[in-house]
Design a protein. Structure first.
Length: 213
């Protein structure tokens, strides 16, 4: 039940490399039904049992002491997604192809709509759409849009659900088009040739300037 964990400040732009330096014990109903089945975990958590037992849900008998107090659905962390830092000096959107657990300082953008069980795209299309969106969402256009239409705390972006839902998304990102093919080429260059953040952003701006504006 150890899961790769990322703090907001560890998340880079564009993609997560899945080389986590931290892990979280994701103990919840879906992973640990009976603590006696995990003796090593029980020994590790025993020194904190008294403190953990004082949490509201545990004190009220709604959760066992060894569970996380407010776990989120594991599927949002296990499936490919875009993770977005909520408070940041510059918008950060990062494609995560594998398991990446985060705390409430990070938004997780999935290819599901709300509690919908079925994803909006096939696994292959979901991957390419998320990669294109990661490139687009880190663009100067989206940064300026969030500055003008989102929430700012001084010079800090507060990127929450409301502004994210209103960010304009070009239709060409979701279907076969010159725009999507061009952005796929930018992603391929980043993956295969190790292009840095500056090079990638410049290439994205060039694509958007040619095909959108």
């Amino acid at each position: 039940m150890l899961r790769a964990f990322y703090y907001a400040e560890q998340i880079p732009r564009y993609r997560i490399d899945n080389k986590a330096t931290f892990h979280i014990i994701y103990s919840c109903a879906a992973t640990v039904d009976d603590i006696s089945d995990f003796p090593n975990l029980a020994r590790h958590l025993e020194p904190y049992k008294a403190l953990m037992a004082t949490r509201r849900e545990t004190a009220q008998g709604k959760k066992p002491w060894f569970h996380l107090h407010w776990p989120r659905s594991t599927r949002y962390f296990e499936e490919p997604a875009i993770v977005s830092v909520r408070q940041t000096q510059q918008p950060v959107f990062s494609y995560s192809p594998q398991s990446a657990y985060c705390d409430l300082a990070v938004n997780v953008l999935s290819t599901r709509r709300g509690s919908q069980e079925e994803p909006l795209f096939s696994p292959h299309l979901a991957k390419t759409v998320l990669q294109r969106c990661a490139l687009y969402l880190n663009s100067k256009f989206v940064e300026n849009w969030l500055r003008m239409n989102g929430k700012m705390k001084g010079d800090t972006f507060q990127i929450d659900q409301g502004p994210l839902k209103r960010v304009p998304i070009p239709r060409g990102l979701l279907e076969s088009s010159e725009l999507s093919k061009s952005l796929d080429g930018v992603w391929e260059g980043m993956e295969q040739h190790g292009q840095g953040e500056g090079e990638v952003r410049e290439a994205v701006e060039d694509v958007l300037n040619r095909l959108l504006w």
